[in-house]
Design a protein around this ligand. Structure first.
Ligand SMILES: [Zn+2]
Ligand SMILES: [Zn+2]
Length: 378
């Protein structure tokens, strides 16, 4: 895919909702025409959590050592070596051929720097504060040591449960409008690479705090070692790479680059293939679409480019686009007709049936069943 002035083939502009659908009255109307108020609530949660953690001295946990641990996971030497290896692999076996320094890569490099500098202390502060609050106010949820299960077995349980929580938080990112406004930045990338894993809004981490819950509940039984978290971070980065790679039958268990790319596709719904490391959650919820020859080279991004992207201007304006992208969740809803066409609502599982129809094999089965039912009624 061309990465510069020529934009990829894009879907027609989404239907624009009548402006009145977002209209409110009075002072709130004037305020909401300036800022998207629900986004401020996410920022407020982050500020309150940081303030609580700060005042409780992070529950006695060393902030500095926690930050060192997280930095090791996110941008430690092993993680960076893994990322470098993946960058080479995607040159050798690319899903889409692109220049070495495509615009999207340069933009995601800015997000990598943001993660290494500001996001690490923010996530440490949020995590320590959340863990301290949860373990104090919900101390009854912490299980005692379960002797008959070996420690490694407990670590597997925590790991799988953590991945399940990541799936649910990601699902919520797609189904709750205010979270989507922070998450859409991740989906705006048209030149995906391993660095796209860093293309996230710093405040979206508020929604992923629930992934700490399994570790808190089972804290007496073990904790996931940093090495395993490094591997997990590497796997999640790799699935964003521009590598033409599926895992064959193991796709039924693990998320591959070809599998996750379908989640980022430009055309078709994106609230499918939400898994981080495991595909089982998507299969349980009928949201798994497995790669085919047609899906490997699909374009990625957001239809109609509702968010400013680095590929959208004649000249690269990486820094101004970067700050505009970070401010985007707070911009008012007016003019965002595309949001009216997205399904929001956590309880709406009916749409999962649509995902089933996208799976060629399921579609064939459906067609056969319908044909059989028709002939039976004749
Ligand atoms: Zn997503
Ligand atoms: Zn992704």
């Amino acid at each position: 895919m061309s990465t510069v002035i020529i934009s990829p083939t894009r879907s027609p502009e989404p239907a624009v909702a009548p402006r009145s659908s977002f209209r409110t009255r009075g002072p709130r109307r004037s305020l909401s025409s300036l800022v998207y108020l629900p986004a401020l609530s996410i920022a407020a949660v982050a500020v309150i959590l940081v303030a609580i953690g700060w005042s409780s001295r992070w529950g006695g946990t060393s902030f500095a050592s926690s930050m060192t641990n997280l930095r090791v996971v996110i941008v430690g030497p092993v993680t960076l070596a893994i990322l470098a290896l993946f960058l080479v692999v995607e040159r050798i076996r690319p899903a889409q051929r692109r220049p070495l320094f495509a615009r999207g890569y340069r933009q995601d490099l800015l997000y990598t720097v943001l993660n290494a500098t500001l996001v690490v202390p923010l996530v440490v502060a949020l995590s320590l504060s959340f863990a301290e609050m949860a373990s104090k106010s919900l101390s009854w949820v912490i299980l005692p040591r379960i002797g008959f299960i070996p420690r490694w077995g407990m670590i597997v349980v925590i790991f799988v449960a953590m991945d399940g929580c990541n799936w649910f938080a990601h699902y919520a990112n797609h189904r709750v409008r205010v979270l989507w406004r922070f998450h859409e930045l991740h989906h705006s990338q048209e030149d995906m690479s391993v660095l796209t894993v860093f293309r996230t809004h710093p405040l979206i981490h508020v929604s992923y705090l629930i992934t700490l819950i399994p570790g808190i509940i089972l804290i007496a039984n073990g904790a996931i070692p940093t090495t395993l978290l490094v591997v997990y971070a590497g796997v999640v980065a790799f699935e964003h790479s521009n590598t033409n790679l599926s895992f064959g039958p193991l796709d039924r268990i693990f998320v591959s680059p070809n599998y996750h790319r379908i989640h980022h596709r430009l055309e078709g719904r994106q609230d499918v293939n939400l898994g981080f490391a495991l595909t089982i959650w998507d299969q349980f919820s009928h949201r798994a679409i497995f790669p085919t020859a047609e899906t490997i080279r699909i374009d990625t991004g957001l239809p109609g480019r509702p968010l400013v992207v680095e590929q959208g201007t004649a000249r690269p304006r990486h820094l101004s686009v970067f700050f505009a992208q970070l401010l985007a969740p707070f911009r008012p809803l007016e003019g965002r007709g595309d949001l009216a066409t997205r399904p929001f609502g956590l309880d709406d599982f009916r749409d999962a049936a649509i995902a089933d129809q996208w799976r060629p094999e399921t579609f064939q089965v459906n067609t056969l069943l319908e044909a059989a039912a028709e002939s039976a009624t004749r």
